[in-house]
Write a protein that binds this ligand. Structure first.
Ligand SMILES: [Zn+2]
Length: 578
């Protein structure tokens, strides 16, 4: 049966405009869109309605609860990467997916992909020295700046590296923007603003206006600095554009930092990645005879050119303690019946924060909602797929990522070392935390407007009378902060969404209040534990949506793309030969 049940029994030949013409929110009439440059025919051969309904009906709230309870039990110790909890988790997932009849989906016929990790702990006894003809000043680690190195070396540093202010530090061809165009920063220390010019100006025509682009993320600033050959990148912290206060930066960037390790031990990355407080920035600009706020205003203007900071130089030495380890991405698959080389991915992170023996009382970060519930969902969706006859035309992969909580490391490693070729990977659906407060009228897409996958979500939600809404706070950059993002960054379209706040029984205000309270009381805390009181009716709605989105992809030959103006479109188009 075709997608949308057109009433035809033919199993092939659907016009190119099929998808956009049939989705409820599509705006172009079908008759015209065949001439709009689309050349591939999109064919969708779904199993019968009855078969789909039966598969959907098999998804059991009871089993979601059972799987979640096992994964979130104290015995699993909070599922920290490289721990006994990891062993138990991988073993449990292997047994469960095997018993459902899935095949190993990892490297060399195994269920896993090994992910090499390194833990680097910088000696806090360091200071950032800024000097020029007018004198010098040493800034205090923690209170005034933080810095570390991704390089796997015992000591690293630089002396008298010239300082350059590079504005937002963005090289964004799709927005006609290049902060590095007029400057060579090889060996220099760049000072860069957080977020992007669109957020700074709230101009909807600049970047993506209020919504953060990848150019606004700190990860991007460091990556671009490395591409430009800089010795160090110092990001100026301001609370509003960063979306968190200095305390978060100080806690997050000091102490042990987990990283992936490349073959060259990360020597291709900048020697020092750091943040400076707003006060530190103001002081350094003053030493350079510049006004920080004036320079910041200039950096918001198209055509901005980087500004050398007088005769100022920076010096910094970092000593590290290094510990190498490894962890595992878990991968299971249902091989495709007709196009097994094409892959649809369901993903969710299995890891959480482990056990902290220094805590009084409860020491286990059980991570029941985040993300034992998401892994339980992968198992239930996998089982539903096994009941479909005929089976999916494309291979469906179920991927439990590791070290998400350490900075998307498992997904980041996979994206750089894909088990399945990225140009054959149709899309990824990321599941991170089930809703526990009941059924809703709405569904929120994080990164709404980025890709044609939105249409699939709109249609799947319409089947259960739900409306799709954009993420209400796109300036926080949530799209860049979960595991689908490393794939998106490599060009693979990715969907990340779930129940909104508009609770069917209690209304929107109540729904938002429950969610806010949960975040305040339980998010990333030892109290994120399983409770029989969870209302999983909204989760069951979400699961049916995720199942449908994957179904519409796994039984089709469509390769949905990124929308015009997204950071990832050029890369996808290149790999797909578009
Ligand atoms: Zn999570």
């Amino acid at each position: 049966m075709f997608l949308m049940h057109l009433g035809s029994l033919r199993t092939s030949i659907v016009i190119a405009a099929f998808l956009s013409a049939t989705f409820l929110m599509a705006c172009e009439p079908a008759a015209e869109s065949g001439e709009e440059g689309l050349t591939e025919e999109v064919v969708v051969n779904l199993p019968s309605d009855g078969a789909i309904d039966e598969a959907l009906a098999s998804i059991s709230e009871e089993r979601i609860r059972e799987y979640t309870q096992v994964l979130a039990s104290d015995e699993f110790g909070g599922r920290s990467p490289s721990s006994r909890g990891e062993e138990l988790t991988i073993q449990y997932l292997t047994e469960q997916f095997a018993s459902l009849g899935l095949k190993p989906g990892g490297m060399n016929g195994t269920w896993v992909q090994e992910v090499p990790l390194v833990a680097i702990t910088a000696d806090p006894d360091m200071s950032l020295a800024i000097s020029g003809a007018g004198g010098s000043r040493a800034f205090e680690y923690g209170a005034e700046f933080v810095a570390g190195t991704p390089r796997v070396v015992e000591s690293v540093g630089f002396e008298k590296s010239e300082l350059v202010f590079v504005g937002y530090g963005a090289v964004a061809p799709e927005f006609g923007w290049d902060d590095y165009a007029a400057v060579d920063v090889t060996g220099k220390t760049v000072v860069v603003l957080v977020n992007d010019p669109g957020y700074a100006t709230q101009d909807p025509d600049l970047f993506k206006g209020n919504a953060m682009t990848y150019y606004g993320r700190w990860t991007y600033k460091y990556e671009e600095g490395a591409r430009q050959g800089a010795a160090a990148v110092l990001i100026v912290h301001e609370t509003a554009p960063a979306a968190y206060g200095w305390a978060t930066v100080e806690n997050g960037w000091t102490g042990t930092q987990f990283n992936l390790v490349t073959e060259d031990d990360n020597m291709g990355r900048v020697a020092a990645e750091g943040w400076i407080t707003l006060e530190t920035a103001e002081a350094i600009f003053e030493m350079a005879g510049l006004d920080y706020h004036e320079m910041k205003a200039q950096a918001e203007l198209p055509g901005f050119e980087a500004v050398p900071m007088g005769d100022l130089t920076a010096s910094l030495a970092i000593d590290n303690t290094i510990e190498r380890s490894s962890s595992n991405n878990f991968l299971a698959k249902i091989p495709g019946t007709t196009r097994p080389d094409e892959v649809v991915i369901y993903m969710g992170h299995w890891d959480h924060f482990g056990t902290d023996p220094s805590l009084e009382g409860d020491q286990v970060y059980n991570g029941a909602v985040d993300n034992a519930s998401g892994i339980a969902t992968l198992l239930e969706i996998a089982e539903a797929y096994t009941l479909l006859d005929p089976g999916p035309e494309r291979t469906v992969v179920f991927w439990g990522t590791t070290a998400e909580e350490q900075g998307l490391l498992g997904s980041g490693y996979y994206a750089e070392n894909p088990v399945y070729p990225l140009n054959k990977t149709v899309a990824a659906i990321n599941i991170d935390a089930l809703p526990i407060y009941g059924a809703t009228h709405d569904y929120t897409i994080v990164g709404f407007g980025n890709s044609e996958l939105d249409d699939y979500a709109v249609r799947a939600n319409a089947l259960i009378d739900r409306v799709v809404k954009p993420n209400p706070q796109p300036e926080k950059g949530s799209f860049y902060r979960s595991d689908h993002f490393p794939l998106a960054k490599q060009g693979v379209p990715a969907h990340y969404g779930g129940a909104g706040h508009d609770n069917i029984e209690h209304g929107e205000e109540w729904g938002r209040a429950q969610s806010d309270a949960w975040t305040a009381d339980n998010y990333h805390q030892v109290t994120d534990e399983y409770s029989p009181d969870w209302d999983l009716s909204g989760a069951m709605q979400d699961i049916s949506v995720w199942f449908r989105i994957g179904l519409d992809l796994a039984y089709s030959n469509a390769f949905p793309g990124w929308n015009e103006g997204t950071e990832f479109k050029a890369m996808r188009d290149a790999m797909m030969g578009r």
